[in-house]
Write a protein that binds this ligand. Structure first.
Ligand SMILES: [Zn+2]
Length: 176
């Protein structure tokens, strides 16, 4: 039995939508399951990224295809396969989507200048048939980023300092 009034239900739904929207939860659960740990909605970073993985210096944004105009060309702003701009009040929606796309770009540029990597995951990439493949590819990208940032350092040999150079040659070499 449903005991909530329509108004309460509306408030609940709005709260759920703004905090744990479904696509974001799919990404969170999928990455957690794959062993990644993250912080949520980092307020001090530009764009308040949905997930922040400090170890990988990476921010992940989970974007709705409509609001962020997925595959919509910024010049012409025509419909794309997964973002249908309403015909009614078209100018209003076009302006809104354009603003969102511009903001996304600015935020990612700001993050990049602070040394952060950004990954954008689109709602349409999280459809049941594509979901696991998308999550695997995010995991792959994160590992690749980590290797790029740390790999070279990890395999480089320590530099010899003055003292090392003055050390006598090891005994086994002298017997040769
Ligand atoms: Zn899409």
């Amino acid at each position: 039995m449903d005991r909530l009034t329509a108004q309460q239900r509306h408030a609940n739904m709005a709260a759920i939508r703004s905090k744990d929207t479904k696509p974001e939860m799919i990404v969170r659960r999928g990455l957690w399951k794959r062993g990644f740990r993250y912080r949520l909605n980092h307020k001090r970073l530009p764009g308040c990224p949905d997930l922040v993985l400090r170890k990988y210096r990476t921010c992940i944004f989970v974007n709705g295809c409509f609001w962020h105009g997925h595959l919509v060309n910024m010049q012409v702003l025509e419909n794309s396969c997964c973002c249908k701009i309403p015909k009614t009040n078209r100018d209003f929606w076009v302006a809104k989507i354009r603003r969102n796309k511009e903001r996304d770009r600015e935020e990612q540029r700001a993050l990049a200048s602070m040394g952060w990597h950004c990954i954008t995951v689109w709602e349409c990439e999280l459809k049941p048939t594509k979901r696991e493949e998308t999550l695997d590819s995010i995991a792959f990208t994160l590992n690749h980023i980590w290797l790029q940032d740390h790999g070279a350092k990890a395999i480089s040999y320590p530099k010899l300092d003055e003292e090392d150079l003055q050390m006598p040659i090891a005994a086994e070499n002298q017997t040769l």
